[in-house]
Design a binder for this molecule. Structure first.
Ligand code: AHM
Ligand code: MG
Length: 333
């Protein structure tokens, strides 16, 4: 079918049968995320207009200050998913523990758990720079009808059935995969509808952009320092260009379209890096692989890692395949 004017709603219905376990439940879940995305988009867009900027006063489990919009986005996503009773559990970067849904109802047959980073890159809000929401969906491991357990959330990324992000940028986009490639939808704010604008998104095999917080340079492992020097060297198609927004979703999105590598390595200050395996790295890794890219912790595939705790961090190298492979070479040597 022609993609012309296809809405996200139509796309979800059309592709529902592609999904092997499909009972419509996953489609409903993605529809709920679409709805929450519109609500959060509305809030993010008016951030400069109303007095919702600034720090809420609370700190999250990682000891970071929470912005008010983080709290709001967290609430909106959780509320929307809860109200529709389409998942059995939710874990959020902004919550200390996972949330169990309808655990006492024996007829509760929902089989999916959702993990979200409701507003990633939120320190960018105050300065009107793009932020995003990241989501990741798994089938529960424990039997349906029973309360979810930690085990349902601590699954390796390769078990994901769907993942995606919403980027609140110059335009708002929802980009997701159910394991059949990556598709991007742009919101028409006038009518509140997402349209398929980026079918079958693919990372170029290689690229010319490297994205890393070079302020941390002296604390990086030697392999990372050497790779950065390699990127900067005048040779062949190099030097590469450096682009770092400090908003994972935006850096990833740009690199997927233009070709590039994003890195958040470990450092002598943070032995496991900064990004969270479950809420940030796994979903981005699933999208990257589905878009012909690659995601690694510098040595191994991100999606093979067996998580041991909800808020676990991991070093992250993600983007065009050849660039990630090159970075891994430097890490090994
Ligand atoms: P957050 O979840 O607290 O927003 O942190 C994640 C963000 C990523 O979006 C971004 O790539 C990274 O942190 C930037 O960190 P830094 O400021 O250390 O470079
Ligand atoms: Mg985050």
């Amino acid at each position: 079918m022609s993609h012309k004017n296809q809405t996200l709603g139509e796309f979800i219905i059309e592709n529902q049968t592609e999904f092997q376990y499909s009972t419509g439940e996953l489609s409903k879940l993605i529809n709920a995320i679409r709805l929450a995305a519109k609500v959060v988009n509305h809030e993010v867009n008016k951030a400069g207009l109303v007095d919702i900027l600034g720090t809420a006063g609370d700190t999250n489990i990682q000891g970071e200050n929470q912005q008010k919009l983080d709290v709001l986005a967290n609430e909106k996503f959780i509320q929307t998913l809860k109200n529709r009773e389409i998942v059995c559990g939710i874990a959020s970067e902004e919550e200390d523990d996972y949330i169990t849904i309808n655990s006492l109802d024996e007829n509760h047959q929902n089989k999916y758990v959702v993990l979200i980073d409701p507003l990633d890159g939120s320190s960018n809000i105050d300065v009107n720079v793009s932020v995003g929401t990241i989501f990741s969906i798994y089938r529960r491991i424990t039997p349906v009808g029973t309360p979810v357990t930690l085990e349902d959330f601590l699954q390796p990324g390769k078990n994901q059935v769907a993942a995606g992000y919403i980027i609140y940028g110059t335009s708002t986009m929802l980009v997701y995969t159910t394991g059949h490639g990556v598709n991007g939808f742009t919101l028409n704010p006038a009518i509140g509808t997402f349209y398929l604008s980026h079918p079958n998104m693919q990372f170029p095999e290689t690229g010319k952009i490297y994205s890393v917080n070079e302020g941390n340079y002296i604390h990086f492992p030697q392999g990372v320092k050497d790779y950065i020097k390699y990127c900067q060297k005048e040779e062949g198609d190099r030097p590469y260009t450096s682009r770092y927004i400090g908003s994972l979703v935006s850096d990833f999105h740009r690199n997927m379209i233009k070709g590039g590598i994003y890195m958040y390595p470990k450092s002598s200050k943070a032995q496991k890096g900064k990004l969270r395996l479950l809420y940030e790295c796994n979903p981005m890794a699933f999208l990257a692989e589905q878009a012909n890219g690659k995601a690694s912790d510098g040595y191994q595939r991100i999606m093979e890692i067996q998580p041991t705790e909800l808020h676990e961090r991991v070093p992250f190298f993600c983007g065009s395949k050849k660039m990630v492979e090159k970075a891994e070479e430097f890490m090994k040597s």
